[in-house]
Design a protein around this ligand. Structure first.
Ligand SMILES: NC(=O)c1ccc[n+]([C@@H]2O[C@H](COP(=O)([O-])OP(=O)(O)OC[C@H]3O[C@@H](n4cnc5c(N)ncnc54)[C@H](OP(=O)(O)O)[C@@H]3O)[C@@H](O)[C@H]2O)c1
Length: 372
C-alpha cells in the first residue's frame, strides 16, 4: 500500500493521464474498504471529463463530449469542479487489504468488485485508476472464487446506474436471486440500448425482477441481447428500423402485456425521444435516462437524468439493496452474467490512457478492461 501509484488527470484538458505516487490509502473511514486493484474497466464519463476544457463558460455553452449537457447541469450532477490532480475510474475488481471498523461483510483477502465514487464523492482516493483504492461498503460485493477479475469488473457502475433508473426512478419491484413467479411476466419494461454497458445491466436486473423486457440493439447484437438472461423474457428490436417506436408500441398489447415503464440507457437525443414517444403512448409517466433529456418532450413524460451515486451514498436506497441483497447471490449462482464481455487492452496504469482513447472511438457490446 505504501507504493500506491495512480494514473492522474492533472487538469480539465485533453493532456494525457500521468502515472505517479498515488493517494494514501492506509486509513479507510469506518464504512470504507481498501482494495488492491486487479482490474479496472473503462466508462464514457472518464474520457468525457478529460475533455471538459472544451466548455467555454458557465451557462449554456455545450461541452463537446457531453452533447447537450451544459456546464450548469454538470455542476448539479456533481461532476464539477473536480480538485486536481484527480484519479478517474468507476469500476474495480480486486482483493480487500483493509476495512474500516464498521465494515462487517468484508475482510482482508476477500475478492470483490466495487463502484468507485471518486468522480462524485471522496475525490482521488476513491478513483479506480490506481493500484490501491477505497470503496464504500454499500457498493462493494464479493466475487466468487471461480470468476475472473477481468470478467467481474464490467459490472459495478452499470449495476448502480441500472438500479437507480429501474428501482429509484421507475419504482419497479427489486430483483430476486430466486426465480420470479410466471404471473409477473405480463408486465413489460422497455430498456433502450441492450448492447450498452448500462443497458446490459438494466436488462438483466429487470428480468431478475420478474418483468418481460423489450429492448433495442443493432441487428448484429440481437443474439447478444437475448443472451443477457433467459431469452424468452426478452424481445429485441432494431433501433435503426424506420418505425421502431411504432413496432414497440404495437408489440406490447398485441401480446397481451402491460407497459410498466421505460429506461433510456443510451441517453442520445433520438433514443430519449423514442422512449418518450413510447411512454406517451401508454399514458405518460417518469422516464429515466442516463444523460440529461431534451426539454421539449411530451408534457405527460417526466424525463429525468439518473444519478448513479445514490446506491453508494443513500443508505437503504433501492440501489443499495440491490448491491447487498441481490448482487452477491446472483453472482454466486451465475444468474447475474458478466456482460458485456471484457476486452483486455493492456496491463499497467500506463495503458489506461490508450484504453480511454479506444473507448472514445466507440465500442459495441464490449467493455474495455485494463489489468493492474
Ligand atoms: N447518469 C449516470 O449516472 C451515468 C452512469 C453511467 C453512464 N452514463 C452514461 O450512459 C451512457 C451509456 O454508457 P455505456 O457505458 O453503457 O455506453 P457504451 O457501452 O459505450 O454504449 C455503446 C452501445 O450503445 C449502443 N447504442 C448507441 N446508440 C444507440 C441507440 N441510438 N439506440 C440503442 N443503442 C445504441 C450501441 O449498440 P449497437 O452496437 O447495438 O449499435 C453500443 O453497443 C454514456 O453516455 C454514459 O456517459 C451515465
Amino acid at each position: 500500500m505504501e507504493n500506491n501509484q495512480a494514473a492522474f488527470i492533472l487538469a480539465a484538458d485533453n493532456s494525457p493521464l500521468q502515472v505517479g505516487p498515488g493517494p494514501d490509502q492506509s486509513r479507510p473511514a469506518a464504512d470504507e474498504i481498501v482494495v488492491k486493484v486487479a482490474a479496472v474497466a473503462i466508462n464514457p464519463s472518464e474520457w468525457k471529463v478529460c475533455s471538459t476544457a472544451t466548455v467555454q463558460d458557465a451557462g449554456h455553452t455545450l461541452c463537446a463530449d457531453y452533447g447537450w449537457l451544459t456546464i450548469l447541469q454538470m455542476k448539479e450532477f456533481g461532476y464539477l469542479p473536480l480538485e486536481y490532480p484527480h484519479v478517474l475510474g468507476s469500476d474495480v475488481a480486486g482483493t480487500v487489504v483493509k476495512v474500516g471498523n464498521e465494515v462487517k461483510r468484508f475482510k482482508a483477502g476477500d475478492r470483490v468488485i466495487g463502484h468507485c465514487l471518486g468522480l462524485l464523492y471522496g475525490g482521488a482516493k476513491h478513483g479506480a485508476f490506481q493500484n490501491f483504492t477505497t470503496l464504500r461498503e454499500a457498493v462493494t460485493a464479493p466475487v466468487p472464487e471461480t470468476a475472473r477479475f477481468e470478467d467481474a469488473v464490467v459490472l459495478p457502475l452499470a449495476i448502480s446506474t441500472a438500479s437507480v433508473g429501474l428501482f429509484d426512478d421507475l419504482k419497479l419491484r427489486l430483483p430476486s436471486v430466486d426465480p420470479i413467479e410466471q404471473k409477473h411476466r405480463d408486465e413489460v419494461v422497455l430498456v433502450w440500448g441492450a448492447a450498452s454497458s448500462m443497458g446490459s445491466a438494466a436488462v438483466q436486473l429487470a428480468v431478475a425482477a420478474g418483468y418481460h423486457v423489450v429492448t433495442t440493439a443493432s441487428a448484429k447484437n440481437h443474439e447478444y441481447a437475448r443472451g443477457l438472461a433467459s431469452g424468452k423474457h426478452i424481445t429485441v428490436f432494431d433501433y435503426h428500423a424506420v418505425d421502431v417506436v411504432g413496432e414497440i408500441i404495437e408489440s406490447i398489447p398485441s401480446r397481451g402485456r402491460r407497459f410498466a415503464g421505460a429506461y433510456d440507457c443510451v441517453g442520445l437525443e433520438d433514443s430519449t425521444r423514442a422512449c418518450a414517444a413510447v411512454v406517451h403512448a401508454f399514458g405518460g409517466g417518469v422516464l429515466p435516462s442516463v444523460l440529461p433529456p431534451p426539454a421539449d418532450l411530451p408534457a405527460d413524460v417526466q424525463a429525468i437524468c439518473v444519478n448513479a451515486i445514490r446506491p453508494g451514498t443513500v443508505p437503504g436506497s433501492p440501489g443499495s439493496r440491490v448491491w447487498r441483497e441481490y448482487v452477491p447471490g446472483a453472482l454466486a449462482k451465475g444468474s447475474l452474467r458478466t456482460r458485456p464481455e471484457p476486452e483486455v487492452v493492456g496491463t499497467g496504469l500506463d495503458k489506461i490512457e490508450g484504453a480511454l482513447n479506444l473507448h472514445k472511438a466507440g465500442v459495441s457490446a464490449k467493455k474495455l478492461v485494463v489489468l493492474l
